[in-house]
Design a protein around this ligand. Structure first.
Ligand code: F6R
Length: 259
């Protein structure tokens, strides 16, 4: 796990986008895992800027989103498919046929989850998975207590997650109770992970995930077991960390060579 601490939200967005763009240059047909939520917005904004002004090419990319609310149609303004269209898909040259978001309206949910896993495998597996982290340590919608080996499935959202997401809905009771989510095991099979976190609200979850014991009660702590996981976080989110960490990918690589 390679932790990189930047000054603020803008700096983590740029650093994270730099890593994604680097992987896209190296492998134009990258299989990229995407997250929703507020944190990756700056990263997506920077990728859009790179597409417009530097010609960053998305045409051969395949994408898989982490999760989707059960019961929301793709065109629902709070659905994650809609979120991705608004914040990335509609602004770059991704081929819509190569973008995947779990279908919250699937009639046979179990079958759909199996299909989603099979699609990831058929695409060659996830090269790089972008992740946010919940204040309770969740990754995707794998809430505390999720099996660390879990696969794509339906999960009941916790009260705290529904409260955290209520800001996007008119009223608390409008927040869906269930979501389809890649499992922790599915995420851990990605060849690289890029977790972004910002703000003091994430400090506790980051400290528990980076320096605490690996436990299903903090699903993000399993990232410690990943051979190529990058955490790009700002000072506020790093406030609970005790160890010394790098401030850029370059510095992190030099430190590793020294070791
Ligand atoms: C969204 C997702 C969630 C978020 C997490 C943090 O696809 O997988 O795990 O990453 O809830 O959300 P924000 O970034 O809004 O704080």
């Amino acid at each position: 796990m390679l932790v990189i601490i930047k000054d603020d939200y803008q700096a983590i967005s740029l650093e994270a986008a730099r890593l994604v763009a680097n992987r896209m240059h190296k492998k134009p047909n990258l299989v990229l895992g995407l997250a929703t939520g507020s944190t990756p917005l700056g990263l997506y904004g920077e990728l859009i800027r790179m597409h417009r002004s530097e010609g960053l090419d998305f045409s051969k990319l395949t994408t898989f989103n982490l999760d989707e609310y059960v019961g929301l149609r793709p065109e629902h303004p709070q659905s994650y498919r809609h979120f991705m269209r608004q914040n990335l898909f509609d602004h770059v040259n991704l081929d819509p046929r190569f973008t995947h978001v779990p279908d919250g309206m699937a009639t046979d949910i179990e079958d759909h989850c199996l299909w989603y896993e099979q699609r990831i495998l058929a695409a060659g597996g996830l090269d790089l998975q972008i992740l946010g982290i919940g204040a309770n340590g969740h990754i995707a919608f794998n809430e505390p207590g999720s099996s660390l080996g879990s696969r794509t499935r339906v999960k009941t959202l916790t009260g705290t997650t529904r409260e955290a997401n209520a800001r996007f809905f008119g009223a608390d009771e409008d927040v869906p109770r269930y979501a389809l989510t890649m499992g922790v095991g599915t995420i851990m099979e990605a060849r690289e992970l890029l977790l972004v976190a910002s703000g003091e609200g994430k400090a506790h979850a980051i400290a528990a995930s980076v320096e605490g014991p690996i436990t299903a009660m903090v699903p993000a702590s399993i990232v410690q077991m990943h051979a190529r996981a990058f955490l790009v976080i700002d000072r506020a989110a790093a406030a609970g960390l005790k160890g010394a960490y790098a401030s850029s990918f370059e510095e992190a690589v030099i430190t590793r060579r020294k070791l």
